[in-house]
Design a protein around this ligand. Structure first.
Ligand code: F6P
Length: 551
């Protein structure tokens, strides 16, 4: 690591480095034994959420050092600059104002002196009115039938947030259309959804910030063809297609009346866009009141982020713990384990949020960042994960920190199930921390009557050291408000980590090359001239092309 870099050369970083070995050596369980107040000391609350990070390898000096680093790196000033509408995304020359999307009516937020709230509120009201009209059956299909199915066609940020939220909030959605999601250009995705639907009662929401994304445009074109092949006239497209985009010209060129377009702005990043009109599918699923509650939950977290001191600030603490684990303790990934089946898509959502934002190796100054940045984000809901990959979490050769996410009240009427779920969540974080000593294994096996030699043979396999870090985030329930606060928590965590690493969390240049190459290869597969390729790529194209030609 280069000591000259402003991050690694900072006094706080230099002070933190020597704390690493103690963090790795001192058992987490020992820390609790030594400090009866530890759980309280390392638990913070905000916007209705509780963050318990006491099972992380953090102590007073570490936390003080990390907070000092946040101050040295100017996290507060950068946060305030973002919230004030400054162009904190310099590689695209844009402001970053997803907070405006959930701000109250009287918020004073401007970009280059132009207030943004009037437009935000106008689109929000129009979109919510539309969602309610569809839900009530006032907005009907071309033949006069009510809309029963909505297909959200979009990808990345135009899919993951709405898909995750619709699934998370389905239990409280009330009466409304059934919402389907198609993102992949793989025709299996569209075909399997359309096979279940009737054109006369289906509404397509084409969600794309740019309205040029290959997957979305291909799927939208095929969806329109399906509608027309189903017997509806060209004029029916207006009743069955609406668009969510920043690109009115492309929407119009596609054939969707811009009167049926819900806009947003360049200062809304795709992965931060579920609060904008990109959330139309969420509003269609849960209604205007639910959507407003989602926005309000996020706004409560925005206020907490803006106002709470750093030492009590949930996004800041979550970011600092993550940076400590990544850069000082060397852990390469972070497991997201929601103990809530409806949050099954949260890990995928956070993958984009964190990895597309902070999966970068060059800083804002154009120089390499001298330390590891975003870890690999992955996960599955508990308790399913326990019967799959948790083995590695407990006994694997890599230490993988875990974020356990637990809504305290379920959205179902099966309290016995919920008790078991909660017990398992809490048990896992404890098991990761305390592990299983050889003595405990010996006592258990000898209690079961195993002979001494057999016990000794099994001890190494059944022993594990524990001391594996985790955080637990408690939500009061799985309401729109709680979900809004949870998602905003991670959004701001991402911002803080980007600020600490000195990178731009809001661009995504790394995804462009593959898109460009795919365009050329698609032409070749369609019979165009061969491009200049390495031998592997050329052979793969040749084999794929003969299979396509034969089919
Ligand atoms: O390819 C990455 C990406 O640009 C994401 O950042 C974005 O969320 C997604 O594609 C979809 O983009 P759009 O909403 O413009 O279709």
């Amino acid at each position: 690591m280069s000591p000259e870099h402003p991050l690694s050369a900072s006094p706080a970083w230099q002070a933190l480095a020597p704390l690493r070995s103690r963090a790795l050596e001192l058992l987490l369980a020992r820390r609790f034994a030594d400090d009866p107040d530890r759980a309280r000391r390392y638990t913070a609350t905000g916007a209705g959420l509780t963050l318990d990070f006491s099972k992380q390898a953090i102590d007073g000096p570490t936390l003080a050092g990390l907070l000092a680093m946040a101050r040295e790196r100017g996290v507060e000033a950068l946060r305030d600059a973002m919230l004030a509408g400054q162009r904190v995304n310099p590689t695209e020359g844009r402001a970053v104002l997803h907070v405006a999307l959930r701000a109250p009516l009287d918020a004073q937020i401007a970009v280059d002196g132009v207030a943004v709230m009037p437009d935000v509120l106008a689109v929000r009201e129009r979109m919510l009115a539309f969602a309610e009209a569809v839900r009530r059956g006032d907005w009907r299909g071309h033949g006069g039938e009510p809309i029963r199915d909505v297909v959200n066609i979009g990808i990345g940020g135009s899919d993951l947030g709405p898909r995750m939220a619709c699934e998370a909030l389905a239990a409280g959605a009330g009466a409304g259309p059934c919402i389907h999601f198609v993102s992949n250009v793989d025709g299996h995705a569209l075909a399997s959804v359309l096979a279940r639907l009737k054109p006369q009662t289906t509404l397509f929401v084409i969600a794309s910030k740019t309205f040029t994304t290959l997957e979305t445009m291909r799927n939208a074109t095929s969806a329109r063809a399906w509608l027309l092949a189903g017997g509806l006239p060209e004029g029916a497209v207006a009743r069955h297609f609406v668009a969510v985009s920043t690109n009115a010209a492309a929407v119009s060129a596609f054939g969707i009346d811009t009167a049926h377009m819900f806009g947003f702005w360049d200062w809304v990043g795709g992965r931060f866009s579920m609060w904008s009109a990109v959330g139309l599918s969420i509003a269609l699923a849960i209604g205007a009141e639910g959507f407003r509650a989602l926005l309000d939950g996020a706004h409560q977290m925005d206020r907490h982020f803006a106002e709470a001191p750093l030492e009590a600030n949930l996004p800041v603490l979550l970011a600092l713990v993550g940076l400590w684990n990544r850069d000082f303790l060397g852990y390469p990934s972070l497991c997201i384990a929601p103990y809530a089946e409806p949050l099954a898509r949260l890990p995928a959502y956070l993958q984009q949020l964190e990895m597309e934002s902070n999966g970068k190796s060059v800083g804002l100054d154009g120089h390499p960042v001298p330390v590891p940045t975003c870890p690999v984000i992955w996960g599955e809901p508990g308790t399913n994960g326990q019967h799959a990959f948790f083995q590695l979490l407990h006994q694997g050769t890599d230490v993988v920190p875990v974020d356990f996410i637990l809504p305290l009240r379920p959205s179902h009427g099966l309290p016995d199930h919920h008790r078991l779920l909660v017990a398992n969540c809490i048990a896992q974080s404890k098991a990761l921390m305390v592990g299983r000593s050889a003595e405990a294994v010996r006592a258990e096996l000898s209690g079961a009557g195993l002979p001494a030699a057999e016990i000794e043979r099994l001890v190494p396999h059944r022993t594990f050291a524990g001391n594996r870090p985790s955080s637990t985030i408690l939500l009061p329930d799985l309401s729109p408000r709680a979900l809004g606060a949870l998602v905003a928590l991670y959004e701001h965590k991402v911002f803080v980590q980007g600020a600490l690493w000195g990178i731009n969390s809001f661009d995504q240049w790394g995804v462009e090359l593959g898109k460009q190459l795919a365009g050329g290869i698609a032409d070749e597969l369609a019979g165009g001239p061969a491009g200049a390729h390495d031998a592997s790529t050329a052979a793969l194209i040749a084999q794929a092309r003969s299979a396509l030609d034969a089919s």
